[in-house]
Design a protein around this ligand. Structure first.
Ligand code: F6P
Length: 343
């Protein structure tokens, strides 16, 4: 088979490990040929691609980002997009299957195209870990590890100055990064999109910690909506896809703590540092297993399906299952973490 790979949406440590595994498995087990479309769907639409040989993927499991480049190009709304044109491009360039690596938006596009007859299988990715139908996505563990290290650093400087430290992490609709990082770093409050908390309660937790002679650490997800507010803070315009760019809630929470609780407070936004750099061992293994499975799915002609992690098994699931709502943090998981807030 001649197979095209593409990476679309926000990048994520582990994408290169998927590419490497699929290419090596395809060449060694099936005698396949590979191309990589550049910058997501745009590369397929414009037939802008590069050949991927065994040599090209050498050593890639440990490298962050994506060698193919990525974009948030919509497969239908981009000039020359849509199933008919894309099918023509695949035919013209003799490509038998496409492996699309992406998050919710990418996989929704992949499913729609597969329904219209295109030979596409998916690989789920997002550092936010909010995709349904897979227990974990690669990139998440790396984000937790980077963010936990950052929180540990904030805690030593916070303790030295007897300050309250607020850290804003990614997490647009789901608070998995905030929850796991906050628990790992022993945060005194964790604020996530799924749970409304009043700012008075946050100040109370910070005061309790401060009165014991400790420096409070508050971890807040970018998508957190405080009690009384209507929507997440987004003062930075829009992304190319039209979604508002979130950010700023950490600064707001810090200002409130300073004003209401009278504690000297500093805020840090981790931003894209959480997405950069090399994947952890866990993410390299998960991404490699996804790459192997996706390649097998292409050979099975399981169009419209994706690789997924269930427990410790890599399984095949219909992309529809991944698109059936987001995997948000259940209240029980938040309540579990909450036991230690303010203490
Ligand atoms: O979806 C993953 C994510 O990291 C979100 O947590 C965040 O809101 C968004 O991407 C940021 O996207 P961009 O890289 O376009 O700023």
């Amino acid at each position: 088979m001649r197979i095209g790979l593409l990476t679309s949406g926000g990048d994520c440590p582990g994408l290169n490990a998927v590419i490497r595994a699929a290419v090596l498995h395809g060449i060694k087990s099936y005698g396949d040929e590979f191309v990589g479309f550049k910058d997501g769907w745009r590369g397929l639409i414009e037939a802008d691609y590069m050949k991927l040989s065994r040599h090209d993927v050498r050593g890639l499991a440990r490298v962050g980002g994506t060698i193919l480049g990525t974009s948030r190009t919509h497969p239908y709304n981009y000039p020359g997009g849509g199933p008919e044109n894309m099918a023509k491009q695949l035919k013209r360039h003799e490509i038998d299957a496409v492996i699309a690596l992406g998050g919710e938006g990418t996989l929704a596009g992949a499913k729609r195209l597969a329904n219209e007859g295109l030979p596409i299988v998916g690989v789920p990715k997002t550092i936010d870990n909010d995709l349904n139908a897979t227990d974990y996505t690669f990139g998440f563990d790396t984000a937790i590890s980077i963010a936990t290290d950052a929180m540990d650093r904030l805690r030593t400087t916070g303790e030295s100055h007897h300050r309250c430290m607020v850290a804003e992490v990614m997490g647009r609709h789901a608070g998995w990064i905030a929850l796991h990082t906050g628990m790992a770093a022993g945060a005194h409050a964790i604020l996530i999109p799924e749970q409304r908390v009043g700012i008075d309660q946050v100040c109370k937790w910070a005061e309790q910690v401060h009165s014991r002679g400790r420096s409070p650490l508050v971890v807040v997800a970018e998508g957190f909506i405080p009690e009384g507010a209507e929507e997440a803070l987004a003062g930075k315009g829009e992304e190319a896809s039209g979604r508002p760019r979130l950010g700023g809630i950490g600064e707001w929470v810090a200002a409130q703590i300073e004003e209401r609780a009278g504690l000297e407070t500093r805020s840090t936004t981790l931003g894209h540092i959480q997405r950069g750099g090399n994947p952890t061992g866990f993410d390299r293994v998960l991404a490699t297993r996804f790459g192997i499975k996706a390649l097998d799915l292409a050979h099975e002609q399981a169009w419209g399906f994706m690789a997924s992690l269930r427990g410790t098994e890599i399984v095949k699931v219909d992309l529809t299952a991944a698109l059936d709502g987001l995997k948000t943090v259940p209240t029980e998981r938040y309540d579990e973490a909450k036991v230690l807030f303010g203490r």
